[in-house]
Design a protein around this ligand. Sequence first.
Ligand code: AMP
Length: 410
Amino acid sequence: MAGGKLQAPRGTFDVLPQDGERREALREASDELLGLAGYAPFETPVFEDTEVFARGVGQSTDIVQKEMFTFEDKGGRSLTLRPEGTAGACRAYVEHGMHKLAQPVKLRYWGPFFRHEAPQAGRYRQFNQIGAEALGSDDPSLDAELILLLAELLADAEVECRLRLSSLGNAATRAAYGDELRTYLRSREDELSDEARGRIDANPLRAFDSDHESTRAVMAGAPLLVDRLDPADAEHFAEVRAFLDDAGQEYDLDPTLVRGLDYYTRTVFEFDSPALGAQSGVGGGGRYDGLVEQLGGPPTPGVGWAAGIERILLAGAPGEALGLPVAYVAVTAPDHRLTAFKITDALRGRGVKAQMEQAGRSMKGQLKQADRLGATHVVVVGEQIEVKDMDSGEQGPVADIHELLERVAL
Ligand code: AMP
C-alpha cells in the first residue's frame, strides 16, 4: 500500500534503547546466576519441524491447537516458529546424543518465542524468555535448585511474586486419575461450560482453569491428583518440598495448578506477580520425565522453567542500581577531537561506559548531554584535560592519561 503507515506486526514490539539497557542488565544478571549453578549457554533454531511441538508440547494443548505460527517452506516441509523452548532442547539432546555426557546436562537459553494469542498488556505474539533445563537426572534437588534460581532471579529483578507448587505424578497415575476425573465430569456434564465439556475426553484437567461459575463449583468437589500420587512420586514431591522449606522458600500448594503444556510429570510450579494484572504468570515450569523418550530418545528425566522477559521488565526494576561509572568526554574546540577520541577509547578499555561529543554541541549543550546520559564524570578536553566529578561537583586538571583513568575508573 503506497504511502501507508508502516508498523510492527500485531502483537510484536520494538525494543527501544532505554528498554534495551534494562534487558541487557537482566540478561547479564541471569547469565551470572545460572552460570554459577552450572547451566551452560545453549541455543536452538527459532523454527523447528512442526512435529517437534506436535509430539513434544501435545496435540490437545491450546498452544498446538490454536497458537502456533506454522508455515510450509519451499520444499513443502511443515515448520513452526517455536512457541516454547523445552521441546527443542529435548530434540537437540537426542540429536546430539547428550545422554552420553555426564548427567545432568544443564542448559540455559534466552531468546524469542512465538504464539498466535490475542495481544494485550504483557501478552505478545513474539515475546522473549529466559529458560533453564536440567536433563538426565530425577534428583529432587534439581527441581528445588531450579525453583530457587528462578526465585532469586525474580527477587534480584525486584519482581514481587508468589510461588504456586504442585505435583502431577507419573503418566500411569495421571491416566488413571484422568479416567476418574472424566467419570466425575460426565456425571456433572450439564453444569459445565461448553469449553470444559468439549475437553472432557482430550484434556479434562483444563476444567480446573475455568472462569465459568458453575464449572468452578463442579471443580470444587472434583477428585485431586495430589491425593492419588503413587508412593515414589509422593516421596519425590516431599523431598522437593524439604529442600525448599530448608532454604526458607515460601510457596502455596495448589493442587489445581495446571500448566498449559502436556509434557509435565511430577513437580510443576508457577510464579505469579500481582503487578501484572490479568497476565500474571511471570515464569514457570516443572519436570518432564517422559519428553525425551517421546521425541525418540532414551528414557531420560528432565526438569526446567521459562520466564517471560517482558513480564519481568513490566513487573520489576532489574539493573537499576548498578552504579557503574559513566564518562562523557567533552571538547572545548575541534582541534582536540583526536585526543578526546583516544581518551574515550582508553576509558572503555578500563570498563568505563564512555562517549565523546559527536554532534557539534556548544560546551553548554555538551554538559546538558552529559546530564542526559547520566554521566558520573565529565572529561573536558582542551589545552589541558580536566575531570569533573558529577557527584561532588569538584573539577580539576589531570597530569596525564594514567591519572585520568585512576580518577574515573572504579
Ligand atoms: P509458558 O511456557 O506458557 O509456561 O510460559 C512461560 C512464561 O513465558 C510465562 O510465565 C510468561 O512470563 C511468558 N509468556 C508466555 N506466553 C507469553 C506471551 N504470549 N507474551 C508474553 N510473555 C509470555
